[in-house]
Design a protein around this ligand. Structure first.
Ligand SMILES: Cc1cc2nc3c(=O)[nH]c(=O)nc-3n(C[C@H](O)[C@H](O)[C@H](O)COP(=O)(O)O)c2cc1C
Length: 186
């Protein structure tokens, strides 16, 4: 029987959704029965049928989406006894790499992933930070103002607008390769 994977994600600006869809595509291509849930819109009733659960969230001001965080909390007992992996979408990571600020990047990894896993008693087989999007069109007035200095930084880091006001710092090869590694471990 085909192995079953559940991908649960929380998103505010859409990056974690399209990243999750790409991960699902790689898993399905590998013959894995993959269910994709946007936890902000749909509920999960049970995780027992799945061989593995992947949980993803976008980051904003250092925070996971409430829905993805609630999912981790609600299912922490089941997830602690199951193969699971977590990822976050973060535009900041590309900037740290550009600044070669490894110390800060390690801090971010700890804060966004390792601490989150530890808080919920989880021992993921993989924890990873992917890139994300900065969409100035979708930000509230106050966030657009707060984030406007990053526009210069992100351009300095070599990212061009995909369309007016939209930057995408994801490396799709990194995402696909990670999904292939996961597929081999299900
Ligand atoms: C207002 C705002 C705040 C952000 N804060 C952070 C942050 O604290 N850390 C980070 O790594 N990325 C931050 N980002 C970048 C997001 O992680 C990026 O937009 C990502 O795509 C969010 O995931 P989502 O598109 O699935 O919502 C921020 C983006 C915005 C618009």
């Amino acid at each position: 029987m085909a192995k079953k994977v559940l991908i649960v994600y929380g998103t505010r600006y859409g990056a974690t959704e399209s990243t999750s869809e790409e991960i699902a595509k790689v898993l399905r291509d590998a013959g894995i029965d993959t269910t994709l849930i946007n936890i902000g819109r749909e509920k999960v009733k049970d995780v027992s049928a799945y061989d593995m659960v992947i949980v993803g969230s976008g980051m904003r001001m250092g925070k996971w989406t409430g829905a993805a965080e609630d999912f981790l909390k609600k299912y922490k007992k089941e997830l602690s006894q199951k193969k699971m992996a977590i990822f976050v979408s973060s535009a900041a990571e590309a900037l740290m790499k550009y600044d070669k600020n490894n110390e800060e990047l390690e801090k971010i990894k700890k804060q966004y992933l390792e601490d989150k896993a530890a808080q919920n008693g989880l021992n993921p087989i993989s924890m990873v930070i992917f890139g994300g999007v900065w969409d100035y069109n979708k930000m509230s007035f106050i966030f657009r103002k707060t984030m406007s200095p990053f526009k210069i930084k992100i351009e300095e880091a070599g990212f061009k607008e995909v369309s007016p006001g939209l930057y995408d710092t994801r490396d799709w090869d990194v995402i696909r390769n990670w999904a292939k590694e996961i597929a081999a471990k299900v």
